[in-house]
Design a protein around this ligand. Structure first.
Ligand SMILES: [Zn+2]
Length: 95
């Protein structure tokens, strides 16, 4: 079913040419750079892929900023091998 939709979209796109569809809002995004997490033991930013992501809906304030979710991602330092959890306090919609 997704395949049919893709074919249709491709057709529309070729009729229309490149760029966003008529009437869509002008997205001119700012870019925020997010600092990489560090190993507490050796300071390295080299890590394995994230695994075991969990999301906890929980409202609170962290460093003066309100949040709605705590997101935890497991990873492992590629330099010293120490496992760690990268924890993020996110303020957003969603489950
Ligand atoms: Zn390390």
């Amino acid at each position: 079913m997704a395949r049919k939709t893709n074919a249709r979209n491709k057709e529309r796109r070729s009729q229309r040419g490149p760029g966003r569809p008529k009437g869509s809002t002008n997205a001119d995004p700012d870019v925020n750079t997010v600092e990489p997490s560090r190993c507490k033991r050796c300071g390295s930013t080299r890590r394995g892929d994230y695994y075991g992501k969990t999301e906890q809906a929980f409202q609170g304030v962290q460093d003066g900023l309100p949040f709605t979710h705590i997101v935890r991602r497991r990873t492992k330092c590629l330099d010293c091998g120490q496992a760690r959890i990268d924890r993020a306090f996110e303020n957003r919609l969603g489950e």
